[in-house]
Ligand binder design. Sequence first.
Ligand code: FAD
Length: 318
Amino acid sequence: MKVIEHIKASKGKTLFSFEVLPPLKGDKIDNIFSAIDPLLEFDPKFINVTYHREEYVYKQKANNLLEKFAIRKRPGTVGISVAIFMKYKIDVVPHLICGGFSKDETEDALIELKFLGIDNILALRGDPIKTERTFVPTKDGHRYAVDLIKQIVDMNRGQFLHDEVYENAPTDFCVGCAGYPEKHVESLSLGTDLKHLKQKVDAGAEYVVTQLFYDNKKYFDFVDRCRAEGINVPIIPGLKPLGRKRHLSFIPKTFNVDFPDDLAEQLVKAKTDADIAAIGNDWCIQQSKELIKAGVPCLHFYTMGNSQQVANIAKEVF
Ligand code: FAD
């Protein structure tokens, strides 16, 4: 079932969903299942599975020269998504990104997902890889998420890349896209970012999932500005409870978000990971309750390897 159908069927009740990462190369798929299991009791309507780009690393060769090669630390998004779908009979939302894919490879991945019964895609551009300062599109690939969305929508209409050679049955994916209450890091202003978000929705994205945030006011203001811009699709808030000291520098830097003053005041007093997790839990519960009260369509949690913490929060709010 499509995400948008789940939202319609909920009749205004806030749904629960979450995101998992494919296991690290060399790990077992059971690690993903044990991350999902504690969250099943909260009746997730869909589970997102992230997509990870390759990273370039250097290896010393016998002649002392450095050899550059690409590795993907977390491969397997398509396979993992299908394994989750089949094991739990819960809808999955594989993420697809522009970076690292040519349009032909994207088409193949989408056809594979269609064959396997997947109804949903979250369409993203992807971040620049670590050795690039700005995003560099792959040869014959897309530059922006909107272009990926257009390709999926074309396929839903039965328009494929090589229609002159093959005839394909149309796909029928529900496409979501990303939105940034505190603006995307590369955007010069929230206003220009919103114009680009509107392009994604006009191209066929049926809902938006937001970047994580710690200040609900930023989400509410973002939704108001989206509505003023004519973006009328559901906007699902994304939440990530703070759990470790490392998060205090990693999260603002990686996701371009600020901590509100009253949260920051608590965090500066914290000494251990356990202190941070306690503050993070309380804060996330408070955020979740307020968002549910405001009637948000779904609370979407970024588990980032700590689904037990999300379960502790869900217990308090669902
Ligand atoms: P876009 O919508 O293409 O926007 C990227 C930037 O370009 C923005 O600054 C935008 O304003 C600008 N822009 C857009 N269109 C135009 C245009 N026509 N002209 C000029 N500028 C334009 N990354 C992963 O690698 N894997 C994942 O699984 C993943 N999952 C995510 C899930 C969510 C919910 C979110 C919020 C992010 C996720 N990301 C993931 C991160 C995401 O890939 C990055 O934030 C990326 O830098 C931007 O992706 P986007 O889809 O928002 O890009």
